[in-house]
Design a protein around this ligand. Structure first.
Ligand SMILES: [Zn+2]
Length: 140
């Protein structure tokens, strides 16, 4: 199934879109321990997003956990790293970034990742993951 998401959707719009396409998936806010922004619990089919983080981070955390949900990866104890996590991060970045907008922001801000992230309403991590993905997949 394709996630019903586009790069300019707000956190609220993403949650609304999910009600229609994935009525069995539960998405809720919670006080997550440590530095966790989001988790996906396979057993209960629930995504939890930390209450305290900004909407920009919530957007990124939600998409990240939805990619895990799509692949059936349980992250209820946090992401474990490795190949699966790498794949998830790349897919997340691709879902959150429009290539044309990225190219424009890259020129407008002279490659400054903080300003590009602010312009595209994503975290720095997403910009880094997107660049990594470009590096790995685009032959110039
Ligand atoms: Zn993860």
């Amino acid at each position: 199934m394709t996630l019903p998401l586009s790069p300019r959707m707000s956190y609220g719009q993403m949650r609304m879109a999910l009600y229609d396409v994935a009525p069995d998936l539960h998405v809720a806010s919670a006080w997550l321990p440590g530095k966790l922004d989001g988790i996906y619990c396979l057993a209960t089919n629930t995504v939890l997003i930390d209450r305290r983080i900004t909407y920009t981070r919530k957007r990124c955390a939600l998409v990240h956990e939805l990619v895990h949900w799509q692949h059936g990866d349980d992250t209820s104890n946090g992401c474990r790293g490795g190949k699966l996590e790498q794949r998830c991060r790349h897919e997340t970045a691709i879902l959150l970034i429009n290539p044309a907008e990225y190219a424009l922001a890259e020129r407008m801000y002279d490659g400054n990742p903080y300003q590009i992230a602010a312009e595209l309403n994503v975290t720095i991590q997403i910009i880094q993951d997107y660049r990594q993905w470009l590096h790995d997949n685009v032959t110039v």
